[in-house]
Ligand binder design. Structure first.
Ligand code: DUC
Ligand code: ZN
Ligand code: ZN
Length: 479
């Protein structure tokens, strides 16, 4: 059914205007004051509220098989929880096991994700290399709308990509017009530190951050950036958690390199003291990689977001419950890594970003939606409220408050890293592809109603990059 949203103020990343929005057939069809619409149109009164582009979380892991178990949040419950928090699109990850074909893994994830109830898309991880991977990357870009490839520089003996894989994959991506992304932690350093800490008898979750020091991120960020520089491929670093990683991004951006950085709501708002908690369940519930950090890193991350050196916010939503975390009771390296947040990202960013004056409402829209849409080439279909865009809209009550809790959240996990936090600024209605999917505290969702979003390759960017790469072309000296 067509919807008209009346009385609200539209906040896009580039302008704020008071206007009604008419949506039909999944699209925004008209914007203006006192619009005339067909009589059967559903009317939503948004007086006194903001209308913002639906949130895009570029980093989730629904039902991920990982570390001997499977994440509890599936594509239905996870996309529903996202909608309850104002997020209308997730970009999840296909992660092939080493030696598993990329297309095989991609098909598996597409099957699992059919139960989604919002928009969803996939980055595909390159975890190993041979000719079939080279070929499958081409098929994914040309036929399946995958324009981003992920590289785990950590998780040695599992999904870690070494420099050879990184080099091959980055080179293939640049030829295809795709962007590369990386989880930047030096996997060898982490592995050796884990062994050493265990030998020292440090078996609890307090050892987790010690095994993944900021230098591990700084080194890997620099390595990925330098490889991308030489190859000429745009690079997106996921979950930047340290000043060390951020400084590498700033250096590269100042040198004119196309490098982007993502920050997690969790890294901005939870600090490393959680690992000192004497309660194993509490500390283990916070085990994710990279770990939560000391406050000086959090300050740097906020500044990175404010300055535009970090462009996007995400969650790395990856749910493991207490019984799963218990696998690492006697060995912290066996605690499944992951924490939740897809439902809370927008309100936590609003409360601590806009509510504190760090971000303007327009900047909030940029870092929760628009920038991600642009970086991953789905703008202006997504990330903006304008005629012709998909009707993904969150209606936002800046005065609404709640206290976050695992007892009331929609996420399928028995813990919330933001438990007890008071937030101000919440979605009252979430419209996804023109359908009202969340209204006044109630989800109105059905499984298998989501939309897979294809993301085209970047021809124009690569024209420019080719020209830059020419600079590095060898010139044979004639003797
Ligand atoms: N980090 C996590 O904490 N979980 C999933 C994968 C990752 O890189
Ligand atoms: Zn990661
Ligand atoms: Zn992740």
């Amino acid at each position: 059914m067509a919807i008209i949203i009346r009385g609200g103020t539209i906040v896009n990343a580039d302008q704020t205007i008071k206007a009604d929005v008419y949506c039909d057939e999944g699209k925004i069809k008209a914007i203006g004051l006192d619009l005339d619409v067909p009589s059967k149109t559903e009317v939503i009164d948004a007086s006194g509220q903001l209308l913002m582009p639906g949130g895009i979380d570029p980093h989730t892991h629904m039902q991920l098989p990982f570390m001997g178990t499977v994440a509890t949040e599936d594509f239905f419950t996870g996309t529903a929880a996202g909608l309850a928090g104002g997020t209308t699109t997730i970009i999840d990850f296909v992660i092939p096991n080493p030696q598993q074909g990329l297309m095989d893994a991609y098909k598996m994830w597409r099957e699992w994700s059919e139960k989604s109830c919002s928009n969803y898309s996939f980055h595909v991880a390159v975890t190993w290399w041979d000719d079939s991977v080279h070929k499958d990357m081409g098929t994914l870009v040309r036929e399946e709308g995958v324009n981003s490839f992920k590289h785990f520089m950590a998780y040695k003996n599992a999904i870690m990509a070494d420099d050879e894989v990184l080099y091959n994959s980055f080179s293939r991506a640049v030829d295809l017009g795709a962007i590369v992304t990386a989880h930047a932690e030096n996997g060898e350093m982490v592995y050796q530190l884990q062994r050493k800490l265990l030998e020292m008898g440090m078996t609890g979750p307090e050892a987790h951050p010690l095994s993944r020091p900021p230098a591990a991120e700084g080194e890997a960020a620099n390595r990925a950036i330098r490889l991308a520089e030489v190859i000429g491929v745009p690079l997106y670093l996921v979950h930047v958690s340290t000043k060390d990683g951020l400084d590498e991004i700033i250096r590269a951006r100042n040198a004119g390199q196309r490098v982007y950085g993502e920050v997690l709501a969790g890294h901005l708002l939870v600090d490393e003291s959680v690992y000192q908690n004497p309660d194993f369940e509490f500390a283990a519930a916070h085990v994710m990689s990279p770990p939560f950090r000391a406050p000086e890193h959090q300050d740097a991350l906020w500044k990175g977001l404010q300055s535009g050196n970090l462009q996007t916010t995400a969650t790395d939503h990856c749910c493991f419950c207490a019984d799963q975390k218990a696998a690492g009771k006697d060995d912290f390296t066996l605690i499944p890594n992951g924490t939740a947040g897809v439902e809370d990202r927008m309100t936590m960013l609003w409360t601590h970003g806009v509510g504190t004056g760090r971000l303007t409402p327009q900047e909030f829209v940029a870092v929760t939606s628009t920038n991600t849409a642009k970086i991953f080439n789905i703008h202006p279909r997504k990330g903006v409220i304008q005629v012709g865009a998909d009707a993904d809209i969150v209606i936002w009550d800046t005065e609404a408050t709640k206290t976050i809790s695992k007892d009331t959240h929609h996420q399928n996990i028995d813990f919330n890293i933001f438990e007890g936090r008071n937030v101000k600024g919440l979605p009252t209605n979430t419209i996804c592809n023109g359908e009202l999917k969340y209204a006044d505290g109630e989800l109105r969702v059905k499984a298998n109603t989501g939309t897979y979003i294809k993301r085209p390759a970047f021809p124009s960017i690569f024209g420019a990059l080719d020209k830059i790469a020419v600079k590095n072309k060898p010139v044979k000296v004639v003797r």
